[in-house]
Design a protein around this ligand. Structure first.
Ligand code: SF4
Length: 359
């Protein structure tokens, strides 16, 4: 027995009302799908509404400046997603007359769009027969078919995609969303609500009693921990901030100066040396303010915060010396504290600002 009809009926009755479900505009569906990668639905709603208010169409987004986009993304994390959205919007304006392409192959060629997002937009916006297999869908299908294949392997995703295609009803627009919704609301990872499940009669793992063993996912290697000494340097009302210019983590975002260290006893010495060598800012002994952790996809930052107050005259002297040598090409290193709101800081740095407010 196919589960599609029961699933769709359940979805029409029980789905959560979400702003991106009120539309078939491919732009809005695309933005919501990108935001929903790695982020909870409840968090995304406000970000999505603000983003649509600022950039109601692809051409509005394409005309935006990167700092504007990053500011609206602030706190969502995984900032590469925001940059790719922007470059993708520009490419759509340049090569597709500002209209989201309707061919799956053209969509896959756009920057930052993989098979999942392409499938979601194709099916939800254009009702085309493509699967959109995310973690929720892999869990639901592993259980429905009692599959013990490792879902972290690409070949498992491919075989589940084939199964989804085989089950797609005429209403593709809602089937993929219904599967995701079932995974989020009923077929939950640790406590599936099988007694309330609309597809329980077709569920092989329920029959076998194996729901909690599935899906199978190989354990990821432990994340590397990197210890960072971070400087919070005030000069009167100004704070010393730096833009992360190097490619990689948090590229293009503002932050506090920091350097890696191993031994806690050496942390402050290394930080002061880093400040002197990199920014020509000479610091006296500072005060230790505490530690915050921030978890990225592959690693963890253990950030130890040190606070410093610079003498205004000393700082001016340092700035003058630096300007003479042409080091401060960017004078915005010193930022009035009440202007910080205008810049995009990642969540990791907001955690450190929180320490300062709590002291
Ligand atoms: Fe998931 Fe239980 Fe429904 Fe099977 S019956 S799909 S395990 S919630």
């Amino acid at each position: 027995m196919s589960h599609s009809l029961q699933l769709l009926n359940w979805y029409f009755e029980h789905q959560r009302r979400l702003p991106w479900r009120e539309t078939s505009d491919p732009y809005k569906i695309w933005v919501s799908e990108v935001m929903l990668q790695q982020t909870q639905v409840d968090t995304v709603i406000d970000y999505f509404n603000r983003f649509m208010e600022a950039f109601p169409s692809i051409s509005h987004l394409a005309n935006a400046q990167e700092p504007q986009v990053l500011k609206l993304w602030e706190g969502l994390g995984y900032y590469t997603r925001a940059r790719k959205l922007l470059s993708c919007a520009r490419e759509i304006v340049l090569n597709h007359n500002g209209r989201f392409p309707e061919e799956f192959e053209s969509v896959l060629k756009l920057p930052g769009i993989g098979p999942y997002t392409a499938g979601a937009v194709m099916s939800i916006a254009f009702n085309q027969a493509y699967p959109a297999v995310d973690g929720n869908v892999m869990r639901v299908y592993s259980r429905l078919y009692n599959l013990y294949d490792d879902i972290s392997l690409p070949k498992t995703r491919k075989s589940i995609e084939q199964l989804v295609i085989a089950n797609l009803p005429q209403d593709r627009r809602h089937y993929n969303q219904a599967l995701m919704e079932l995974g989020a609301m009923v077929c939950r990872p640790k406590d599936p609500l099988c007694g309330h499940c609309p597809v329980s009669l077709c569920c092989m793992s329920l029959e076998a009693g194996t729901q909690l063993e599935l899906p199978v996912k190989a354990k990821k290697p432990q994340k590397r921990i990197i210890r960072m000494a971070v400087a919070y340097v005030r000069r009167g009302e100004d704070l010393f901030i730096v833009k992360r210019e190097e490619p990689g983590l948090l590229h293009g975002l503002w932050g506090l100066p920091m350097t890696e260290f191993d031994d806690m006893e050496e942390a402050q010495t290394m930080l002061r040396t880093h400040m002197a060598d990199t920014y020509q800012v000479l610091l006296e002994e500072g005060a230790y303010r505490g530690m915050k952790k921030h978890v990225f996809t592959h690693l963890v930052w253990e950030m130890h915060l040190f606070a410093y107050k610079l003498d205004f005259a000393d700082a001016l002297y340092e700035n003058r010396a630096a300007e003479t040598e042409g080091i401060y090409a960017d004078p915005t290193h010193w930022m009035p504290h009440d202007s910080l709101k205008t810049l995009a800081f990642p969540t990791a740095i907001h955690k450190l600002f929180q320490i300062i407010q709590d002291v």
